[in-house]
Design a protein around this ligand. Structure first.
Ligand code: FAD
Ligand code: NAG
Ligand code: NAG
Ligand code: NAG
Ligand code: NAG
Ligand code: NAG
Ligand code: NAG
Length: 596
């Protein structure tokens, strides 16, 4: 690495701080591992078992706990975090840590060329709170009419809107971002210059640019798990191996392993799998629910032949460090080390420590209409900002790319505008490769295998260029990164072929995998769960998490997953209470009639 002395100094300083943080992360993890068995007493029987305490699982658990008398157990493979890990800017430091499943793609044919072995990394939370403990906290409802089509019209737009409102009011804490760099205002100015609207995308979905709405309370990260009480109903460091299904195709419970011991736990009313888009299909396949061919090849008895694991979709993007400035944007690793900022965070819940990374979101159409097909996420930092102390390893770029592109960017100040492909055509899969539940599944998102995806992303990059060329952006000295991306030297900078080469190299996920247990009508060959979230052909087995989304929303997905979990509770678990109460009411009326 050829670095200027100042950059080398920064590298050592940041590395030191990150090492201290890493040690703290280990302490958190292992102290929880050793103490958790003291307060986690597992009983053999419950009404409901919830697998995974992520966005969906925690929401369902909270509502069962507060609104019903059902007994339930939440089983979480990871450990619980703490208030330090909830400081928003530290989110990226949990990638590749013990709180991350550390998945990666299989080598990609058309994408991820800049990564070691052409494998893109896919972080997923392995912690109480799930991926929402690692995420950027950006809250976007998306296009609600779109979700009406998922349910084939079973629910109205108004009913679904009501679900969002409930989640926003009772479950999450929403706030405007509390700290922003000069980039945020300039991008919004640029958007006005290009005559984009500035309306709130959560009020009306369409082409617009706005400051991020985030799930934070007083500047602190707020995941759905914040509502959970750490009682005996939540067991951590417990891995669900598979679901136990009887001869009549009724789910009876799960087998879990915890600290080397195996248990069977039964559920009278239902098993709810909320393990996320990669782990949920893995659990189902290990339980004999999946494509017959795959199960046969691994000698797993077929319980139900369903397309579990297919239809994997992800919001693919590119553009790290694509924008450079000749001056600092007032946010960077130095700000995290500044004691005044620590004070501001703890006392006022403000300052750069509250930064979610993404300051502005924008939705735009590259076609001749107003239906967004690209989302911009604007970040005032780049991969080069920490001089290689941590982020580089999180992404897994090759040394060659690092040295010849990102190190050359140290002299400028990098920022990132990600053009995110909202409705990709490429489809991938998640498949177990062994009967052993400890072996991770093969995840092949087949990024950019559909040529249309490549073309839309090229248009997205041209829109980034259009933004950089506005007066608002050139006023703050923004230019597109003038360094040629390694492997793309033969193309003229910022030409279409260059952009194509660039995005196939620097392919990124925006961490929104969905679709591996798609919801749909039972007669549709793509469906794994029906419109009641129940696995087709298996009773009392529900899937509620990102994996049931049959298509990608036109925005960030956490709010949508929470909405789906809320709707599931209302219609399946809550419905029963409602019915019982109604029966009681009828009984009461009937008695009244008799008495009269
Ligand atoms: C880095 C990153 C940034 C993101 N940024 C945003 C954003 O800004 N805005 C947004 O809207 N969305 C964002 N997302 C996406 C969003 O956070 C996730 O889509 C959402 O949290 C997924 O919720 P889920 O309930 O499907 O799964 P998860 O929240 O991932 O929960 C699954 C849980 O199940 C547990 N589990 C898995 N397997 C087992 C097993 N076998 N036994 C026991 N437990 C198990 C896991 O440990 C985990 O806790 C981001 C995601 C990531 C990773
Ligand atoms: C739960 O149990 C309590 C006490 O038995 C009862 O008063 C209450 O109505 C029950 N609630 C529900 C939702 O069933
Ligand atoms: C919203 O979704 C509906 C249904 O999928 C679609 O017809 C409509 O064009 C979408 N609107 C926008 C602005 O994306
Ligand atoms: C901006 O918003 C107005 C009012 O909501 C709407 O009529 C117009 O079509 C929007 N323009 C764009 C470019 O989305
Ligand atoms: C885009 O739409 C405008 C107005 O609707 C129309 O005049 C123009 O020809 C269209 N352009 C293309 C490339 O379709
Ligand atoms: C940065 O670039 C802008 C626009 O090109 C210019 O006006 C300004 O003087 C430059 N600042 C520095 C510190 O070079
Ligand atoms: C969903 O599937 C389950 C189990 O096969 C069935 O009992 C339920 O009625 C189905 N619901 C719908 C809406 O199809």
């Amino acid at each position: 690495m050829k670095m200027a002395p100042i950059h080398l100094f920064q590298f050592y300083l940041y590395s030191l701080c990150i090492h201290i943080f890493t040690i703290f992360v280990y302490l958190t993890y292992y102290s929880d591992l050793f103490t958790s068995s003291l307060y986690n007493q597992i009983k053999p029987h419950y009404d409901y078992i919830i697998v995974g305490s992520g966005t969906a699982g925690s929401l369902i658990a909270h509502r069962i706990a507060t609104e019903t008398n059902f007994t339930y157990l939440v089983i979480e493979a990871g450990g619980s975090g703490n208030a330090i890990l909830d400081i928003p800017v530290f989110g990226p430091l949990l990638h590749r840590s013990v709180f991350d499943w550390q998945f990666e793609t299989t080598p990609q044919e058309q994408a991820c060329y800049a990564m070691k072995d052409k494998k893109c990394r896919l972080p997923q939370g392995k912690i109480v709170g799930g991926s929402a403990k690692l995420n950027n906290m950006v809250h976007v409802r998306g296009n609600i009419s779109h979700y009406v089509t998922w349910f084939q019209g079973k629910y109205s737009k108004r009913y679904i809107t009501e679900q969002f409102k409930q989640v926003e009011k009772n479950i999450l804490h929403l706030d405007n971002i509390r700290y922003k760099s000069i980039l945020a205002n300039s991008i919004l100015k640029a958007a006005r210059e290009l005559s984009y609207n500035n309306t709130d995308v959560n009020k009306e979905y369409g082409e617009t640019f706005m400051r991020s709405r985030v799930s934070q309370s007083h500047g602190k990260r707020w995941a759905t798990s914040e509502n959970l009480k750490y009682t005996s109903n939540l067991v951590t460091h417990a891995l669900v191996e598979k679901v136990v299904i009887d001869k009549k195709n009724i789910a009876r419970g799960v087998i879990i392993s915890r600290k080397g011991e195996k248990y069977m736990i039964t559920a009278k009313k239902g098993v709810i799998i909320s393990a996320g888009t990669f782990n949920t299909p893995k659990i189902l396949q290990l339980s004999g629910i999946g494509p017959r061919k795959l199960l046969d090849s691994l000698d797993i008895p077929v319980v139900q032949d369903l397309p579990v694991g297919y239809n994997l979709q992800d919001h693919v993007t590119t553009g790290l460090d694509l924008v450079t400035f000749n001056k600092s944007l007032d946010i960077g690793p130095d700000d995290m080390l500044n004691l005044i900022n620590v004070f501001k965070y703890y006392v006022y819940g403000r300052g750069p420590l509250t930064s979610p990374g993404c300051e502005v979101v924008g939705f735009l159409s590259t076609k001749n209409d107003t239906i967004p097909d690209i989302q911009f996420m604007v970040l005032p930092v780049g991969l080069s900002s920490d001089r290689g102390a941590y982020l580089k390893n999180g992404l897994g770029v090759t040394e060659e790319v690092w040295n010849n592109y990102f190190v050359s960017t140290f002299n400028q100040h990098a920022a990132t505008i990600l053009p995110i492909l909202l409705h990709p055509k490429s489809r991938g899969s998640v498949q177990i490769q062994s009967k052993d539940h400890l072996i991770p599944p093969l995840i092949d998102p087949k990024y950019l295998t559909d040529e249309e995806d490549v073309n839309t992303l090229i248009k997205g990059l041209k829109f980034v260029k259009k933004f950089i060329d506005t007066k608002a952006m050139s006023d703050i000295g923004a230019v597109l990164n003038p360094n040629h991306f390694p492997g793309c030297h033969k193309y003229k900078l910022f030409s279409d072929p260059y952009f194509k080469c660039y995005l196939k190299h620097l392919t990124l996920t925006s961490y929104h995998p969905v679709g591996t247990c798609s919801m749909g009508l039972p007669r549709d060959k793509k469906s794994v769960v029906n419109l009641s979230f129940e696995v087709i052909g298996v009773k009392k087995l529900y899937v509620v998490d990102g994996s049931v989304l049959p298509t990608l929303p036109g925005g960030n997905i956490n709010a949508v997953i929470a909405m789906m979990a809320n709707l599931f509770f209302e219609d399946t678990i809550g419905y029963e209470i409602y019915c019982r109460n109604r029966n009681k009411l009828l009984e009461y009326l009937f008695l009244m009639c008799l008495l009269n």
